[in-house]
Design a protein around this ligand. Structure first.
Ligand code: DTR
Length: 344
């Protein structure tokens, strides 16, 4: 072969490879073997939705484009209340909902929202995931749980400052379902409602504030009307992304393997983003743009609040044991995992 010929052959090969690469890319994306729809009830910029996007990207990447995940944030496919039933009915292949919104349906998971003193979302998320793997709660029967995580412990965020029990007495405050007993014990008048309904309810005066993680001040623009955060960490809110079990069973083995690998990473990934970027940035923004004030509780007041929440664990164990659930063992293990994951 003369030199000229071999060069042109090489050029032809390169050109062909380049063309295949260029035109192959979009083809590869649309030629994915598996397409999954993934629904979430709150807007795309919120931290659970960021988890969804990250998960979708990672799944596509780690399967070399074999799986294409179409995400539907903002309740465009399923809202908070119909999330889990919607997955069973096949409206979405994957649904990210909050078991904390429906403690009656997810009784064992409601245990992570007891005031056990989680200090951040990473610790609570890891604990929740480990507990779920160990106890395999019946409440997820029919589902494959593909990701779990929590918020940081919630804080009381209000229109008027809450410095003591008298300020809180009878105040209409919103929480996720699992937060309702906490607010009740502290003397407020709690209302359970999904997060996306909060901004309007604050606007119309249905509620005077909310108890939840603090990034909502920015991500739902709540700092425009909620100017005070009481510096008293309460309880976390749990999230679980699920697939219908029958749909899961039909997935190719290599795809299942990547999804299971991602399930191990999601508590840490999401917790880290929420704890170390999301909440801090929101607090700084709210202070700068809306003069948010953080209200401290006096030490004796804090001790009284702790005292009011003390009996919640025992009451929960009693109630859940009555339903035949291994609540005492769950709580005991939760404390152990909490301490284990407290070490960074
Ligand atoms: N804190 C939970 C849930 C929550 C916190 N941040 C977000 C963002 C998007 C959806 C839900 C949440 C709550 O109180 O509802």
């Amino acid at each position: 072969m003369n030199r000229r010929k071999s060069l042109s052959a090489l050029t032809a090969t390169l050109t062909a490879a380049l063309a295949a690469g260029l035109f192959g890319l979009p083809q590869a994306a649309s030629a994915a073997e598996v397409t999954l729809t993934y629904a979430f009830f709150a807007p795309a910029k919120t931290f659970p939705a960021r988890q969804m996007t990250h998960w979708a990207e990672q799944l596509a990447k780690r399967t070399n484009g074999k799986v294409d995940v179409k995400t539907f944030p903002g309740g465009t496919l399923l809202g908070a209340k119909e999330m889990y039933d919607g997955v069973t009915k096949g409206v979405a292949d994957i649904g990210l909902g909050s078991p904390s919104y429906d403690p009656g349906r997810f009784p064992l998971t409601s245990g992570v929202a007891l005031p056990v003193g989680f200090t951040n979302a990473t610790q609570a998320s890891r604990t929740l995931w480990a507990l779920t793997k160990e106890f395999k709660p019946k409440e997820y029967e029919g589902f494959k749980v593909i990701a779990m995580f929590t918020t940081e412990p919630g804080f009381i965020q209000t229109k008027t400052a809450v410095r003591n029990a008298a300020d809180l007495a009878g105040m209409k405050l919103r929480a996720a379902g699992t937060g309702v007993p906490v607010l009740k014990a502290l003397g407020a008048a709690p209302i359970g409602m999904p997060m996306p309904e909060v901004p309007q309810s604050v606007q119309t005066g249905v509620i005077n504030g909310t108890m939840t993680s603090r990034e909502v001040l920015q991500d739902f623009k709540l700092a425009e009307s909620l100017k005070f955060v009481t510096d008293y960490p309460t309880v976390v809110v749990a999230f679980a992304a699920v697939m219908d079990q029958k749909k899961w069973d039909k997935l190719p083995a290599d795809v299942k393997k990547v999804i299971e690998e991602l399930a191990e990473e999601m508590p840490g990934w999401t917790g880290n983003y929420h704890d170390n970027e999301n909440v801090g940035a929101a607090m700084a923004w709210a202070a700068k743009e809306h003069k948010l004030q953080v209200v401290s509780l006096a030490a004796d007041e804090r001790a009284r609040w702790d005292g009011k929440l003390k009996s919640m664990e025992d009451e929960w164990v009693k109630e859940m044991s009555g339903k035949g659930l291994p609540a005492a063992a769950y709580l005991k293990r939760m404390r152990e995992l909490r301490d284990q994951f407290a070490k960074k």
